[in-house]
Design a protein around this ligand. Structure first.
Ligand code: ADP
Ligand code: MG
Length: 399
């Protein structure tokens, strides 16, 4: 789960990381009021959307008076900010953050990620921070410093000092940098984060060290024990299909194809998507209903898959191990009786009590296309989708 910059800054300042004074606004009036509250003569108005690259997309505006702050906020609210990270749909701005403008001497990069190969937290730092870090990583990889943290002892002071020195921070400010670096590390570890990124961490013209931007992501599987973090979720920034699924306890990933998939288990979902591709179609999603497939759960899954207009056929592929095919079949029948689906539904069942399951489907009288194997099911799903396309074309021609 991602959070907003202002939320990350609030969390990190609790761990001793220095950030500029700022305030959140939901309207241009409130933004101007925040500027007055902060004081000083220069402010930055920043779109709060779950993406980086806002500066280059016009989502960070420097303002010299309250009027400018009002206008900048007015321009940002409701705007769909498209950055190099959002994809063409962009993210809509519903909140802006107003901050005192800092006079910057140098922009540095400081990131904390989980390095899967060493199974450790890795600190990534560069003296060449700011908006072009992706480019620097490509063109000047040698300017990037990497340090892994031994989990049993945590980050040691000498490691933070080494990072500070390699960022070119002068001796008088190294201790301040160490406090910032260690603060980020502790926030990462104590809150089950998967990423903390400060870009830029700046040295101000007075020599102070400040986090001007902050991004944090958290491990979804640990949110149950971090209710304060879970509360920071902003659904307006998520794919609505995925947040609907999460609310219903289903794991769902939206894709671009036409064939909806309802599957139990992630491995089976991958295999199903491969088979659909092999048969000449494209999956519209990855929906894993998990171990239990009660009628309510199956019904929810159907509703969710069907709520995507692109879906032209639904393939249900269940391999019952602990589960039972007759229960799943019962679930499918009840779900379809209560909420008929207007696209072809193809069902393949295998595993425990499969015969009983097939009988239930056959007896139901519902227009379910049954398949004995996964390849047959994928072929039938793709066939049903292609047929619906031909019918559409036929209608257009005859009209
Ligand atoms: P993003 O990474 O999404 O582009 P940032 O918060 O990093 O957004 O802002 C982009 C740039 O705007 C920064 O690299 C910095 O130069 C400038 N900036 C951001 N916040 C401030 C601030 N409080 N004072 C002065 N400049 C700022
Ligand atoms: Mg940034």
């Amino acid at each position: 789960m991602d959070i907003h910059e202002y939320q990350a800054k609030e969390i990190l300042s609790g761990f001793g990381v220095q950030t500029p004074v700022g305030g959140l606004a939901y309207s241009p009036e409130q933004a101007a009021y925040r500027a007055r509250e902060i004081g000083g003569g220069k402010w930055v108005v920043k779109a709060q959307v779950h993406t980086g690259g806002r500066g280059k997309a016009g989502g960070v505006k420097i303002c010299a008076n309250e009027h400018d702050v009002f206008d900048a906020a007015n321009d940002l609210f409701g705007r769909r900010l498209v950055t190099h990270q959002t994809g063409p749909d962009g993210k809509i701005v519903y909140r802006v953050y107003v901050e005192g403008a800092t006079s910057i001497d140098r922009e540095l990069y400081l990131g904390f990620v989980l390095d899967r190969s060493s199974e450790r937290i890795m600190v990534v730092a560069s003296a060449e921070g700011g908006m072009d870090i992706e480019e620097i990583a490509q063109t000047k990889p040698e300017s990037i410093i990497r340090t892994t943290i031994e989990p049993a002892v945590g980050m040691r002071d000498f490691q933070a000092r080494e990072i500070a020195f390699s960022l070119g921070i002068d001796a008088a400010h190294v201790q301040e940098a160490v406090t910032n670096i260690k603060g980020c590390y502790r926030a990462f570890r104590d809150l089950d984060a998967t990423m903390v990124e400060i870009n830029p961490l700046v040295v101000t013209t007075d020599g102070a060290i400040l986090a001007l931007d902050a991004k944090m992501s958290f491990d979804d599987n640990a949110l149950f024990r971090r209710p304060d973090i879970a509360e920071l979720r902003d659904k307006s920034q998520e794919d609505p299909r995925e947040s609907n699924a999460m609310d219903r306890g289903l794991s769902y990933v939206g894709l671009d194809g036409e064939i909806g998939c309802i599957v139990n288990g992630a491995g089976l979902a991958m295999a199903t998507m491969d088979m659909i591709r092999l048969a000449g179609g494209n999956p519209a999603n990855f929906l894993d209903i998990g171990g239990g497939a009660s009628p309510e759960r199956v019904a929810k899954a159907f509703r969710l898959v069907r709520s995507d207009d692109k879906v032209q056929a639904i393939l249900v592929n269940i391999f019952a191990g602990i589960n039972r095919c007759d229960w799943v079949a019962e679930g499918i029948v009840q779900a379809l009786e209560a909420n008929p689906i207007d696209v072809p539904v193809i069902v393949r069942l295998a595993g425990t009590h499969v015969e009983a399951g097939r009988k239930i489907l056959a007896k139901s009288g519902l227009p379910i296309i049954r398949a004995a194997s996964l390849s047959e099911a994928a072929g039938r799903a793709v066939g049903a989708w292609q047929k619906s396309q031909e019918q559409d074309v036929g209608l257009e021609v005859s009209a």
